[in-house]
Design a protein around this ligand. Structure first.
Ligand SMILES: *[C@@H]1O[C@H](CO)[C@@H](O)[C@H](O)[C@H]1NC(C)=O
Ligand SMILES: *[C@@H]1O[C@H](CO)[C@@H](O)[C@H](O)[C@H]1NC(C)=O
Ligand SMILES: *[C@@H]1O[C@H](CO)[C@@H](O)[C@H](O)[C@H]1NC(C)=O
Length: 440
């Protein structure tokens, strides 16, 4: 029995009333917005006249190869046989927990700030997290593609807000080097532990890397750290990830978390819901898709359609990754995909894997996960014009070619997730739920 499954069984036993009683006193309020505004501009991604800024998308393409370099090993044994589709024609699995869930409390709601770089089409979603005693507030990237968390601490070359370990009386460091792929490089330091609190929920103590050095290439924005939400099975040293700590410390009514990602701008409503589903964030019902691997949040992408035509010949293992922007598919899949969009061409000046399409076309793009189809909003498919006077725009579906990556692997980033309220559920055998986002 896997660790995730064991945790899920225990956590379901916890009654919602126990949850309320176990909340720490004095939960924090909303994110102080000024904290982010001091550092980065906040823009909307929906500006149709935006010009594509290649360096950020290129960085992500390189970074994906480093981030997922272990995927070949980690995903071995995952079920991608097309026969898996027939077991679940409509993709609906397990009980529909949405009606039985208590409404989220403010202690469970973590507002996310969508931070843009110079390019309107690239957003990074940060949560204000409290670390240590007394609490220090740091904006950490929410990342469902890694299990380990880290914060910059005593990092001389990091141009970012940092955690001051010496100022926390609950901080402990312990032996063991920490290293994680980030950007198109690495961060490294040592393992440590301290209290980590998101909104009103505390993991105490929580293991994380104290990062003392970064070599991350040209990252698009300054980053104080990452809060990893993937499964413990892919933790480099099998440390319990933050959310699994919350589950085992029995303070959640259900072992699931939900993510709403906005398009930036003043009306952005990005949010993380810990142990809850915010019914106001989506329309209709949640559609559930079973996981095919408890490593990354991996589901089977069984089809990729343009105007109703499927461009895929075989299923892909798709990691749902809140910290990536684009949609990364094998190069051969990207080639067939763009071949069905009239007027599209490879954009080799940006590198292999980039394509343009006519800005005035609005391709009807659908992702099929084990049966049900999910559309990609044309605004999120468009990464921007190649120049201010150009009629060609860069597409958010990128081809990837990594020596070490499995050839049936895809990474689904926020370009897709902005249209779909996403529930990451450890129960019912573990599954992903998508609900149609109710706001523009
Ligand atoms: C922080 O951790 C310590 C030691 O585990 C614990 O006693 C204390 O209650 C924690 N503080 C908070 C705010 O959770
Ligand atoms: C749920 O989402 C709605 C709509 O975005 C928001 O107004 C509300 O604050 C969120 N949180 C709770 C606890 O309902
Ligand atoms: C949602 O699910 C309920 C219960 O299964 C069903 O009655 C209802 O028709 C569904 N609504 C939509 C919009 O699919």
């Amino acid at each position: 029995m896997s660790a995730g499954f064991t945790l899920a069984l225990c956590a379901i036993c916890v009654l919602p009333s126990a949850f309320a009683a176990s909340l720490p006193l004095g939960p924090l309020g909303a994110i102080p917005r000024a904290h982010f505004q001091n550092r980065q501009s906040i823009r909307s991604t929906t500006d149709p006249s935006a010009v594509f800024v290649p360096e950020y998308a290129q960085r992500e393409s390189w970074g994906i190869l480093a981030k997922y370099q272990q995927s070949d090993v980690l995903l071995q044994g995952a079920n991608v046989s097309p026969s898996g589709i027939n077991n679940n024609q409509n993709g609906l699995v397990g009980p529909d927990v949405t009606s039985g869930l208590p409404a989220p409390t403010s202690e469970q709601i973590v507002p996310l700030q969508a931070i843009s770089s110079a390019s309107d089409s690239i957003l990074s979603y940060h949560a204000m997290i409290d670390i240590g005693t007394p609490a220090q507030h740091l904006g950490l990237v929410i990342d469902t593609g890694v299990a380990d968390s880290w914060v910059a601490a005593s990092c001389n070359d990091c141009e970012t807000e940092q955690f001051d370990a010496s100022a926390s009386n609950t901080y402990r460091s312990f032996p063991g080097d920490f290293r994680q792929a980030y950007g198109n490089g690495y961060v490294w330091g040592t393992w440590s532990r301290d209290n980590v609190t998101a909104s009103g929920l505390t993991a105490s103590p929580q293991s994380f890397g104290s990062v003392t050095a970064m070599d991350v290439g040209n990252v698009a924005y300054s980053v104080s750290g990452v809060l990893g939400f993937a499964f413990a099975s892919i933790s480099s040293t099998k440390k319990t990830p933050f959310f699994e700590s919350l589950i085992s410390e029995a303070s959640l009514p259900f072992p699931l978390f939900s993510v709403a990602l906005g398009r930036g701008g003043d009306t952005d409503d990005s949010e993380l819901c810990l142990g809850c589903i915010n019914n106001s964030k989506y329309n209709g019902n949640i559609t559930w898709i079973p996981l095919v691997s408890h490593t990354y949040w991996t589901i089977m992408l069984s089809g990729l359609q343009v105007g109703g035509l499927n461009t895929m010949t075989t299923g892909l293992l798709a990691a749902i990754d809140t910290a990536s922007n684009q949609i990364h598919v094998p190069m051969s899949v990207a080639k067939r995909f763009y071949a069905t969009i009239p007027g599209s061409k490879p954009a080799l000046s940006y590198g292999e894997g980039f394509w343009t399409f006519p800005c005035n076309s609005s391709p009807d793009i659908q992702f099929i996960f084990m049966g049900p189809t999910f559309s990609l909003d044309p605004r999120d498919f468009n990464l921007g014009k190649t120049s201010s006077s150009s009629a060609d725009c860069v597409g958010a579906v990128l081809g990837m070619k990594g020596r070490d990556l499995p050839d049936n692997f895809a990474v689904i980033g926020s370009a897709f997730l902005r249209s779909w309220y996403t529930v990451f559920d450890y129960s019912s055998g573990s599954r992903i739920g998508f609900g149609s986002r109710s706001t523009a």
